[in-house]
Design a protein around this ligand. Sequence first.
Ligand code: ATP
Ligand code: MG
Length: 200
Amino acid sequence: PLTNINLSIEQLEEYISDKEYEQYFDIVKRNSKRINDLVTELMENSKPVESHKSALTAVQTILDNAIGFAKDRAKLKNIQIITDLQLKDEKVLADESKLTIAVLNIVMNAIEAVDANTGMIEIKSSSESKKCFISIEDNGCGISEENLTKVFEPYYTSKSNGMGLGLASSHNIIHSLKGKIDITSEVGKGTKFTIELDIE
Ligand SMILES: Nc1ncnc2c1ncn2[C@@H]1O[C@H](COP(=O)(O)OP(=O)(O)OP(=O)(O)O)[C@@H](O)[C@H]1O
Ligand SMILES: [Mg+2]
């Protein structure tokens, strides 16, 4: 099905070469790539004893990638992304594209959870005794205590157009790196995700 989406959008792009629609084409294309990455990721991680090819990756690179990708979604919704990035050269043992996906899934959820115009997302990085922390906090709808335990389950979604695979994928990736992922949330106030990884 993804091949059909991609071919159709390329076809449409040829018919409608209007600048005004360019960013929408981009969104469809990038999100179609995201679905592809998510599915690939889930399939890889469900293989037993998958040997994860990892390399040292700077935390800053991961956050730059994720923020870069999320920026125009945020702009379309007229919401702010605030950053407080303390980590510059600190590196973690992780595949760059996988860890980027793990963080991006969380950032995308934050964008989806907040209201247009008043939404705010704060992305932070910090470290403490050889551990690095990445946090993504939003002032969105929040998650009830009952649902907090479900959000990492594959196919759990509260969205009409959601697949419920984003957080399952993030959870898989972080755990495959022997890291931790935590959530705190209050309905109507917002949600904070924290990722903890060892600094190499
Ligand atoms: N920042 C957040 N604020 C409020 N609810 C959230 C947040 N992040 C996740 N959730 C809840 O967790 C559910 C699961 O998230 P997940 O990313 O796994 O799936 P999804 O966003 O619904 O679909 P997709 O597969 O497109 O990511 C969401 O449907 C939503 O109910
Ligand atoms: Mg999601």
